[in-house]
Write a protein that binds this ligand. Structure first.
Ligand code: AMP
Length: 495
């Protein structure tokens, strides 16, 4: 069976309980659970993304193996569960059995859980309200599904989460969060190798287990990133830099891989930059997934993450901003006034802080890449720029950290944005060059997508971003479309 689940952080359970009551969902099962996690003797589960758990719920006991998570919008992993005898003695025996085989206890996760069981969007699902010791309150939605039902189960969970108004997705496991809380590891002092003390297992104490972390180290201060970069430079390495806002996906990974291929030392910045968000935009709910980001960075070979706080980047009083004229007055600049001023300011600051030889940007944000290139040229910033082609889902949707906001229905129709761009390019390739006609058709095609509101659909000069009347020189079609409340952008080169 597959365990398909998705977890959200919440301030309290009131709104969710209220909505469940409206749906007529009955009394919750209330329970206290203690999950003792083990690491394997022959491999490190933290690097293989597996888990072995002895769960004690009241007097009942279960042993569960969880396989590696698969990429996707939910947390999905194969699960094998073995029921054990009830009571303390059975739990102790199971523990002794695992210890004898060389398994080592890692940590215990304790939670007070209310499970609501219901049937929604075609699936029996569990909605668990979890108060987890040391780490906070969460709502977890879960379906046990056959492989063939995976897509539908995932859609049902995300749809239900949206109906419950849950947005603050938490990608870390409870175990990860408990370990982070227990070790009180400040991000700036995390080592790549750390030691986990065994919990009191009721048997003989075990020696600490060394766990080699599969996460890229993180520094939070300008001083620390400068010191690391200086050391790399002194070792003769060139510096590659990938600025991001985190919630990393395969698009970011492509940038990091490009940097890895070309540079000796790769720095990724993760900073949700407040100055590039408008007052009614999604700054506070923008996804923040540092633990998962660290794993992705390690997988693709980044050497260091720079994840500064807002006050580190903008100490008060902050008064200096950078503007690139004209290029920021079209396309996204019209509907997001001040956005590129924020982008340019933070990118220039990051360039000064990291002082990279080469910096990498995605073509997905075409206007941004163009504006940064202009700024670098105008202000004589000693950095080379590279752009990396847009990475897309198999159905064509451009990867974006904001795709997680889409409801299943919106996600299903979202690829039509890129399909419309492909059709447009096809028409240009077969001889249509009248921009007014092409734009009108593109806009109409986008507007026909269910729940879509077209912000803009323009064909512009690839260099100046100014409007064209005919496509007879290098041109780009750029679009921004709201699907519900989520604004997606995409573009395609026409010539
Ligand atoms: P963000 O975290 O959204 O600020 O993006 C950081 C960098 O990743 C920017 O240079 C983006 O253009 C780039 N990027 C975002 N999505 C993609 C994608 N789907 N393919 C390629 N690059 C991307």
């Amino acid at each position: 069976m597959l365990e398909v689940e998705v977890r959200y952080r919440v301030a309290d359970f009131e709104a969710v309980r209220h909505r469940l009551a409206e749906w007529g969902v009955g009394e919750a099962e209330e329970m206290w659970e203690a999950d003792l996690y083990f690491n394997a003797p022959h491999k490190d589960f933290r690097t293989t993304d597996e888990a072995l758990r002895l769960r004690r719920t009241g007097s009942s006991n279960r042993l569960t193996y969880k396989g590696p998570r698969r990429p996707g919008l939910t947390k999905t992993r194969p699960e094998i569960e073995v029921p054990l005898g009830a009571g303390d003695q059975a739990a102790t025996l199971a523990e002794q059995f695992l210890l004898a085989l060389g398994f080592r206890p890692v940590a215990t996760v304790r939670k007070h859980r209310w499970i609501h069981r219901l049937h929604r969007h075609g699936f029996p699902m569990a909605i668990c309200l979890d108060e987890v010791d040391k780490v906070g309150t969460f709502v977890e939605l879960e379906i046990l599904a056959e492989e063939t039902q995976y897509d539908a189960a995932q859609a049902a969970l995300l749809h239900t989460a949206a109906e419950l108004n849950l947005h603050d997705k938490e990608l870390r496991s409870y175990l990860q969060m408990v370990l982070e809380a227990e070790q009180g590891r400040s991000m700036s002092t995390r080592d790549t190798v750390h030691s986990i003390e065994p919990v009191n297992s009721g048997t003989q104490a075990q020696p600490p287990v060394d766990v080699v972390s599969s996460e890229t180290p993180v520094v939070e201060t300008i001083e620390a990133v400068r010191a690391a970069v200086a050391a790399a430079r002194q070792a003769g390495k060139s510096i590659g830099f990938v600025p991001t806002m985190g919630a990393l996906h395969a698009g970011h990974a492509a940038l990091i891989r490009a940097a890895r291929a070309e540079c000796g030392f790769v720095v990724v910045s993760i900073f949700v930059n407040p100055t590039q968000f408008g007052p009614n935009e999604d700054y506070s709910r923008y996804p923040r997934t540092l633990a998962a980001d660290r794993r992705l960075c390690a997988e693709v070979g980044a050497d260091l993450i720079f994840a500064p706080s807002v006050s580190e980047m903008y100490p008060a009083p902050y008064r200096t901003y950078v503007e690139v004229k004209e290029l920021d007055e079209v396309l996204c600049g019209v509907s997001r006034p001040g956005h590129f001023r924020g982008v340019c300011t933070v990118v220039l600051k990051l360039f000064h802080i990291v002082q990279p030889d080469v910096a990498y940007f995605g073509e997905k944000d075409y206007q941004q890449a163009r504006i940064v290139a202009q700024m670098v040229r105008d202000l004589n910033v000693p950095v080379q720029l590279r752009t990396v082609a847009t990475v897309r889902e198999a159905d064509g949707l451009a990867l974006s950290s904001r795709n997680v906001y889409l409801t299943p229905a919106q996600r299903q129709v979202a690829p039509r944005i890129y399909q419309a761009l492909l059709r447009l390019r096809e028409r240009v390739a077969t001889g249509e060059s009248d921009v007014a006609r092409l734009e009108a058709d593109l806009r109409a095609e986008l507007a026909a997508i269910p729940e879509a509101r077209v912000d803009y659909a323009r064909i512009v000069d690839a260099d100046t971003l100014q409007p064209l009347t005919t496509v007879d020189s290098p041109a780009v079609a750029a679009v921004a479309v709201f699907l519900g409340a989520t604004r997606l952008i995409d573009n395609i080169r026409l010539k």
